[in-house]
Design a protein around this ligand. Structure first.
Ligand code: DQA
Length: 149
């Protein structure tokens, strides 16, 4: 069974109440429920983590290569600032899909750069929860199980 690590970055635990005009009313729990439903249907194993701490995210990614076949990540605000998260993905070369609820290129100028996109296999943004769904489906369709673990 494929094993996929899902990381939600800072402040995504506040979805539902956080800037609903931008992110809608969906909660993180509802997003996770939708991801888990797909995982059950497509018979893959998901571990889902939300963290506000850059170092914790770096640690998780650093250990991910041995434990997971792919990474689905919404780095949230760290998208625009974190060389450390970018380097962790590059160091492990784990198959990575970056997702965003909003289209970062149609927002404030400081958001219009991702340090993560250049080390991800692909980026999906602007479709709300559907960005996550498409990202997970892409991972399931495009990755192979690493049987040599
Ligand atoms: C976000 C976009 C980021 O700019 C922001 O800091 C977030 C959420 C998104 O999903 O649209 O926290 O990653």
């Amino acid at each position: 069974m494929k094993r996929i690590l899902v990381i939600h970055g800072p402040n995504l635990g506040l979805l539902g109440q956080r800037e609903p005009a931008v992110y809608g009313r969906i909660t993180l729990k509802e997003i996770n429920n939708q991801l888990n439903k797909i995982a059950r249907k497509r018979k893959v194993n998901l571990r889902i983590v939300q963290s506000n701490y850059e170092g914790k995210i770096v640690d998780l990614i650093g250990k991910a290569k041995d434990k997971y076949d792919a990474l689905l990540i919404n780095p949230a605000a760290y998208t625009h600032t974190s060389v450390a998260i970018r380097d962790a993905i590059a160091a492990t070369s784990i198959f990575t899909i970056e997702v965003h609820l909003s289209n970062i290129y149609s927002r404030e100028e400081f958001r219009q750069k991702s340090l993560i996109s250049s080390v991800a296999q692909g980026t999906i943004m602007g479709f709300g929860v559907k960005s996550y769904i498409l990202g997970l489906e892409a991972i399931i369709d495009l990755t192979h199980t690493n049987k040599h673990r």
